[in-house]
Design a protein around this ligand. Structure first.
Ligand SMILES: Nc1ncnc2c1ncn2[C@@H]1O[C@H](COP(=O)(O)OP(=O)(O)OP(=O)(O)O)[C@@H](O)[C@H]1O
Ligand SMILES: [Mg+2]
Length: 367
């Protein structure tokens, strides 16, 4: 077989430097070129992709044949926002797509894919921080104020119950039982408010994961299989070890509970790897890299769509008797550590990804 040669040369440096996945699509809607970011996105080499029908390799949840035809006829670009794009085995990624006919040959189409993942991830974590702060501040104050009168109510109900005939005692017991549940909830809220600032030092991420895994295995995740998929060369992060373990424990707990509730899913995968592409603006305003990636992946039913946009908010819960504080706490700890958390969930595969910084140079020297 003779190697496929593109009839549409592009200035190579520009093409290779483009930080977004981009493809050139020929008149027959076959792939004529893929840039390096596109190769990564499609998880295939440009050699294996060129000449292939574009929308066999790239399932876009939009009428793409029609969109391309329109761009060719009108000789003008076209934008398609918020579509699911699937490549190979991967879960769909929400993307914005831009389609533009080439300047010198409108039959040839330039297709640029902007995954919404990163932009959304950054935006969402920011919102979480401020929303969590105000809602929790208020809840803490309320918790404190409500606990005392509740103790009074519960005590009184117990006294009344003693003098009642058995058939009415049930009602008094109900009051006692329900107040106990509220007190428990309030204590959780207070515990949230008591979260101390992290005492950060170099921490081996796998040690924290192991502690969480062991604790989960003897308790709520006894029915699950927990698979470790670690990159053993992952450098340490700079964190409070107890808080980091709390983050992993909460994420594993949610995964185990979702699977058990639905009677679906049996496996939690703990995946660690190194990825330099995620950068955020640090506290000093300069870009900071978050290269250490930890994913907690389960094969359960996925996050209920009606709460998916708000799960990091306090008091949002999809389960009966859930407080909805688990992920709010996770998100608070992660932002105290200048990290990010993001989630990607479809039925059968939910991925919570925590991205953390490395140990700063000056702290390394001290250590
Ligand atoms: N891995 C997951 N799979 C499916 N749904 C999930 C998963 N993780 C979280 N959720 C959903 O997100 C909701 C919010 O989670 P969060 O940990 O904040 O609160 P909770 O588990 O309900 O209560 P708490 O953690 O305070 O006891 C859950 O109730 C659940 O509906
Ligand atoms: Mg939880």
């Amino acid at each position: 077989m003779t190697p496929y040669r593109t009839p549409y040369p592009v200035p190579g440096v520009v093409w290779a430097s483009l930080p977004l996945p981009a493809l050139l699509i020929g008149p027959d809607n076959r792939i004529a070129e893929v840039n390096p970011a596109g190769e990564i996105f499609l998880n295939a080499s440009s050699r294996s992709l060129m000449g292939q029908p574009a929308f066999d390799r790239l399932a876009i949840d939009a009428p793409m044949d029609e969109a391309l035809a329109r761009a060719r006829v009108n000789q003008s670009p076209l934008f398609i926002n918020d579509v699911d794009v699937t490549t190979g085995e991967r879960a769909p990624v929400q993307c914005n797509i831009q389609v533009a006919p080439m300047h010198d040959n409108a039959e040839v189409i330039l297709l640029i894919i902007s995954p919404r993942d990163i932009a959304d991830r950054l935006g969402r974590a920011m919102q979480v921080k401020s929303a969590a702060k105000s809602a929790i501040g208020m809840a803490e104050m309320l918790a404190h104020e409500i606990k005392n009168p509740l103790a009074g109510i519960s005590g009184a109900a117990q006294l009344i119950g003693m003098n009642l005939p058995p058939e009415d005692r049930e009602l008094a017991d109900l009051i006692v039982e329900e107040t106990r549940r509220i007190v428990k909830l309030l204590e959780q809220v207070e515990q949230f408010g008591n979260l101390r600032p992290p005492e950060r030092r170099p921490v081996n991420i796998h040690d924290a994961l192991d502690r969480a895994r062991k604790s989960a295995m003897v308790g709520f995740a006894a029915h699950m299989q927990i698979v470790e998929d670690y990159d053993p060369s992952l450098p340490p992060t700079y964190a409070d070890p107890d808080q980091l373990m709390q983050v992993f424990l909460n994420l594993i707990k949610n995964a185990a509970e979702a699977c058990q509730r639905a009677g679906e899913g049996t496996t939690i995968r703990l995946h660690t790897f190194y990825d330099l592409s995620l950068r955020i603006r640090g506290r000093d305003g300069r870009p900071a890299a978050l290269p250490l990636q930890i994913e907690i992946i389960d094969d359960g039913p996925g996050i209920p769509p009606e709460i998916a946009a708000d799960i990091f908010e306090p008091f949002v819960s999809g389960r009966e008797n859930g407080t909805g504080l688990g992920l709010a706490l996770v998100s608070k700890i992660i932002s105290d550590h200048e990290g990010w958390i993001s989630v990607d969930s479809v039925p059968g595969r939910t991925v919570f990804r925590v991205s953390l910084p490395m140990v700063p140079k000056e702290k390394k020297e001290k250590a």
